[in-house]
Design a protein around this ligand. Structure first.
Ligand SMILES: *Cc1c(COP(=O)(O)O)cnc(C)c1O
Length: 354
């Protein structure tokens, strides 16, 4: 601990991202990246953008990107906010929309960045336990709050919340901002975007990191009422005027425009997910229902820490969470290619036979 640190820094408990291994020969199923890579049109757009124009600052408002996202979702550009990954968008949401007298509420088992942002921005929160099926029970959210946030599908469980329930939550909480973090929505979960013009208290965040396979480019966005978007813009313009660089903007636009490639790769990931779940079922695993590009599974005989360690010995990395205790039996496995999935099954068969 340093005498030079501010009190806030002393008290921070930073987020710990999944490992990005330096070894190249590992099968990486630990951070929910997309195995199929970005659209070839994205790579072309990036190459075309590399040149002398990089000496100039990018458009601080990312208008072209906002228009592209607005068109894709059938919204207006003033209902779109873009940022350097949805993590940055979320950070601005916490600071701009969640800092109130009443506590923010979110599930106890969820994206672990939420409590970290609360710590950074001094936001009170209450963690609402998932029910015994690891599901969000919306009646548990029937309490005074200064905002609600949850991923849909939830992470790391993968379990989706039906849109009718999302809507019920919006109706009951008209005086709070309800944020639906849709990082994984394109893998078979119903999006709340269609409710945006009905509920001015709804904000939806999405990411180009997962379904569009651009985790390395860092682009995410929020969709909602122009007043909510303006709050985020005010925070952004008090923090960093240029969160989307020229390459990121060009690549993101090409990714969103290439709908065919996006649909095809999402379909492939979902098909692999369903066949993996069937095979794991037959091997003594319990797999939670998943609306994402990952599954959350436990084995009846081998605990999560051991499974993830043994898989690593077989050069396959998955994610294991050491807390809360209720999820320590589980491992989270990103859906890889068909070949990677075959290798995963072979490794698990070996481990379980020993
Ligand atoms: C991956 C993820 C994000 C962050 O995505 P980026 O756009 O890469 O910052 C946000 N929320 C959840 C639930 C995620 O899993």
């Amino acid at each position: 601990m340093s005498q030079f640190w501010s009190d806030i820094v002393h008290d921070l408990t930073p987020y710990v991202p999944g490992e990005q291994p330096k070894l190249k020969d590992l099968i990486k199923l630990n951070t929910n990246e997309n195995p199929y890579g970005p659209s070839p049109k994205v790579l072309e757009a990036l190459k075309a953008e590399v040149g002398d124009s990089l000496r100039l600052y990018p458009d601080p408002n990312s208008d072209r990107l906002k228009n592209t996202i607005a068109d894709y979702h059938g919204l207006s550009a003033n209902q779109v906010f873009v940022g350097n990954g949805s993590d940055e968008v979320l950070a601005h949401i916490f600071q701009g929309l969640f800092k109130h007298l009443r506590p923010l509420i979110f599930p106890d088992i969820t994206y672990s960045f939420y409590p970290v942002y609360c710590g950074l921005y001094g936001i009170e929160y209450e963690a609402i336990p998932l029910d015994r099926h690891f599901e969000i029970n919306i009646h548990d959210y029937d309490r005074p709050n200064g905002g609600i946030i949850f991923p849909n599908p939830n992470a790391p469980t993968g379990i989706p919340l039906e849109l009718t329930r999302v809507e019920a939550l919006l109706q009951k909480n008209r005086h709070s901002v309800v944020v639906v973090d849709e990082a994984y929505v394109d893998f078979g979960t119903e999006s709340a975007v269609k409710l945006i013009n009905v509920y001015p208290n709804l904000l939806v965040t999405q990411s180009l990191s997962k379904a569009r396979s651009l985790a390395g480019l860092r682009v995410g966005f929020a969709l909602g009422h122009p007043d909510l978007i303006e709050a985020l813009t005010r925070v952004k313009d008090s923090f960093n005027s240029y969160p989307i660089d020229r390459l990121a903007e060009a690549g993101a636009i090409a990714a969103i425009e290439d709908v065919d490639y996006f649909d095809k790769t999402c379909q492939k990931v979902m098909a692999t997910r369903e066949s993996l779940i069937k095979r794991l079922d037959g091997m003594g695993f319990v797999v939670l229902p998943s609306g994402g590009n990952f599954i959350f599974a436990k084995h009846k005989a081998v605990d999560g820490a051991q499974l993830s360690e043994r898989l690593r010995e077989q050069k396959i990395i998955v994610r294991h969470f050491k807390k809360p205790e209720r999820i320590t039996p589980y491992i989270r496995i990103t859906i890889g290619t068909e070949l990677q999935t075959e290798q995963l099954i072979n490794a698990l068969t070996l481990i379980l036979s020993q």
